[in-house]
Design a protein. Sequence first.
Length: 451
Amino acid sequence: MASSVSRPRAARAPRGRAPRVGFVSLGCPKALVDSERILTKLRSEGYEVSPTYESADLVVVNTCGFIDAAVDESLEAIGEALEQNGRVIVTGCLGANPKRILDRHPQVLKVTGPQRYEEVVSAVHAHLPPRHDPFLDLVPPQGIRLTPRHYAYLKISEGCNNRCSFCVIPAMRGRLASRRIDEVLREAERLVGAGVKELLVISQDTSAYGADLRYARAQWRGAEWQTRFIDLARALGSLGVWVRLHYVYPYPHVDEVIPLMAERRVLPYLDIPFQHGSATVLKRMRRPAHAENTLSRIAAWRALCPELTLRSTFIVGFPGETEAEFAELLAWLEEAQLDRVGCFKYSPVEGAAANSLAAHVPPEVQEERHARFMERAAAISTRRLAARVGRRMRVLIDSVTDGAALARSEADAPEIDGVVRIGDAGSVRVGEFEDVEIVASSAYDLAGRLV
Ligand code: SF4
C-alpha cells in the first residue's frame, strides 16, 4: 500500500448553497470559547454550521491536550471525523504538538495551535472557499454561542504565567495575555443585551487578570476602570445578572471580592483549584499561592459571607505523595468543608516537569486514595446539601421536560456542579429565574418545589 497521502484540493459547496463547516469542540470551557470565536468569524463570512459529519463540507476539530486521556479522546475524535467526513482541520491545545497528530492521522488538512483563530479561518478559506454573496448572513452582535442562550462564558485572558509542575498549558498557550477591561465589559454588555442571565468568568488564572497589562485603565459607562480582578468583579456586578468566578487562586487580593459576594453583586461562589492540602506536595506541584494558609482564609471568607460556595479540584497520587501527606489532604478537606469537589488521579503529561520527580505512586495506591478522597468529599457534600432542606432559594431554569425542570442555584455552575430538580414545574420557562423551597437532598443534588 502506498504510504504517501495525496492532499485533497479545495472543495466547493454546490452552487446555490452556503459552504458548511462541521465543528467538534472538546475540552474545557476555555476551549469552548475559542470554538465560539471561530464559529462567529465563519458565520460572519457566510459559512453555515453543520450539525452532522455527512452534511458538512469540512470538519474543524478543536482538541484538548491537558492530560493523556484528553489527548486520546482528541485523537479518536479526529479519526472519527476523518472516517465520517474525510476533510478535517485540527486546532486547540493538542494542535501545539502537530507531530503527535500527524503521526497518527497524516491525512488531516491542517493543524493549528490554541488561539490561532485567524489561522483556522485561513485554513478553512484555503480548503473550502467562502461563497461570494453580497448578502452574507449577518452575525448577531453577541456572536455565535455554543452554550444555551441564558448563560455564557466570558474569557478574560489567555495563557498563564505560573509553572505548575504537572501542567503544560503555559508551554501550549503561552504567557498571560489579558483582554482590556473595556473590551471584556462591552462583550458582557452585548451578551446581557442578548438575553444572557449568567456570565461565567474564565481564564487560566482569573486572580492574575491584568497583571501583564500593568492593570491598564480604560473608560466604561463614563467611569474609569482598571484591568484588574476586583474592578472586573465590580463592573460585571453592575450588569444585573449572575456573575460566577472560575479559576481563582487564593492570593490575598481575592479577599476584596468577598464583600461583593456578601452584597450579592457577584455570586457567592468561588472556583479555586486547590489541588492539594499538604504544603510539601503543593510545593512540589509549584502551585501559585502555595504558601498561603488557605484554611484560615476560607474561615475568614465564610465569616464575611456565610453563603459562600467553594468548588475545587484536587490531584491525588502526585509523585512522591506519602501516606502522611495524603492524610494531611484528608484532614484539610475535613476542615475546609468544601461544597463541590472534583478529584483526579495524577497522570503524567508529555513535557511536564513533574514527570522527572522521584517516587511515582503506583496505580493501585492512586486508585485507593482516590476512592478514600471521594468518599470523604461525598460525605461532606451530603451533609452540606442536607442543611439546605427547608430553605428557599432562587434558581435559574436550565431545561424543562415533561413538566419537570432542571435548575441551578447560586451554588451550582453549569455542567460541573449539581442541580435542583423541580418535579412539578408548571409553566416555568428555560432561562427564567424562579424561587423554590428545597424539599430533599442527595449527595450532589437538591429537589425543590416552586413557591
Ligand atoms: S495555574 Fe498552573 S495548572 Fe493552571 S494553567 Fe497555569 S500552570 Fe497550568
